[in-house]
Design a protein around this ligand. Structure first.
Ligand code: PLP
Length: 370
């Protein structure tokens, strides 16, 4: 029984990415590296739909929160964090850790942040310099209406910082078209790579904010990364193996076509939601804002997420994930981003259906004997 890897990150690695990682080291200041890195940045710009900068660091998604703060803001700056799950909450808490004056817009987990709620918050907090948005809240399986939220912030004028960790490369994301200023992600999600790269798209308004920012910084400094990128290099030793992987993954996305990649994820999202409902389970997120990269659902009545995950793993080889924070044992999450296709999703959903039937029988039997 092979493993059906349905974690919402890290995600399965496609064969070309695995093959790319077998490559030997090359001089990281030499012409072969420079050619490859320039090509990586060009493809990444294309896929982020921007002519602005895309910069890459060794790091995970969390580095994006920190890089945004130290590059675009100054100690004590007021910011607004829109929170609808565990990752939005962490973004807000990183802001607090850096001494920002964080105002929060909290919406119930499982719901999306609405443009009207954001507009009201901005009226209440007119002085905020930046708004922190989570495009796809991985902990609850919700995709926020990013284009509409961005319009709302644009009207106000604050810098728009977007955590696109579980959306970039899978969900429609128009960095330039939607006026997003700083968009970051991590390699281990829809980018189909191992964990270890943080990728950020930086627009013109972000550069203006960067020029005003007074946080100390060195490793995450945007100016240093841009100056190196212009030479086809990185300020530090680049994580070569991860960049080989990312290069291969970007080429795969370009070959499939970004629109086709977005359509594939939309189809997988619907397939997964339909399969969960067909298994008799309840989706956690409001279907109107349900994510096409991760689906969160409730285990059967009287069964913990841990018990369902254990049956899926032990009897069916399906590796899924539980919830986060206060939802840890109440939710099960299936990831369907990156190297994800219909056959393995159908297998995982078939396994879910059988696991639910077995757990349901177990419950009935214990009720009869008890
Ligand atoms: N933001 C979102 C939306 C995420 O899903 C994650 C991780 O799952 C992170 C941030 C943090 O990323 P990392 O664990 O790579 O640091």
């Amino acid at each position: 029984m092979g493993t059906n890897f349905r974690l919402p990150g890290p995600t399965p690695l496609p064969p070309p990415v695995l093959a790319a990682m077998r490559r030997e080291m090359i001089p990281h200041r030499g012409p072969v590296f420079r050619t490859m890195f320039r090509e990586v940045l060009r493809l990444a710009r294309e896929i982020h739909r921007t002519d602005g900068d895309v910069l890459i660091w060794p790091g995970t998604g969390s580095a994006g929160w920190e890089a945004a703060i130290v590059n675009l803001l100054s100690p004590g700056d007021p910011v607004l964090a829109a929170v609808c799950g565990a990752f939005g909450d962490r973004f807000a808490r990183v802001g607090v850790a850096f001494g920002l004056d964080v105002r929060r817009l909290d919406v119930p987990w499982g719901e999306a942040v609405t443009p009207s709620a954001l507009a009201r918050s901005l009226i209440e907090h007119p002085d905020v310099k930046a708004v922190f948005l989570t495009h796809n809240e991985t902990s609850t399986g919700v995709t926020n209406p990013l284009p509409e939220l961005a319009v709302t912030v644009r009207d106000h004028g604050a810098v728009i910082v977007v955590d696109a960790v579980s959306s970039a490369g899978a969900l429609p994301l128009e960095t330039a078209g939607w006026g997003l200023d700083f968009v970051f992600s991590g390699s281990q999600k829809a980018w189909m790579c191992p964990p270890g790269l943080m990728i950020a798209a930086v627009g013109a308004r972000a550069w203006e904010a960067h020029a005003r920012s007074r946080f100390p910084r060195f490793f995450w400094d945007l100016t240093a990364a841009k100056e190196s990128a212009e030479q086809g290099m990185t300020p530090t030793t680049p994580p070569l193996t991860l960049l080989y992987a990312y290069h291969a993954a970007l080429q795969m996305i370009a070959a499939e076509g970004l629109d086709a990649v977005w359509r594939r994820h939309a189809a997988l999202g619907k397939l997964t939601r339909d399969g969960v409902v067909a298994a008799g389970l309840r989706l956690f997120a409001d279907p109107a804002v349900a994510s096409d990269t991760v689906t969160a659902f409730l285990p059967p009545e009287g069964v913990t997420a841990g018990a369902l995950l254990e049956v899926l793993r032990r009897d069916h080889g399906v590796e899924a994930q539980g919830g986060q924070g206060h939802l840890a044992d109440r939710l099960v999450r299936f990831g369907h981003m990156g190297w994800a296709h219909e056959p393995e999703l159908r297998d995982a959903l078939g396994a879910l259906d059988r696991a639910v039937a077995v757990l349901g029988r177990g419950r009935r039997a214990s009720a009869e004997t008890g």
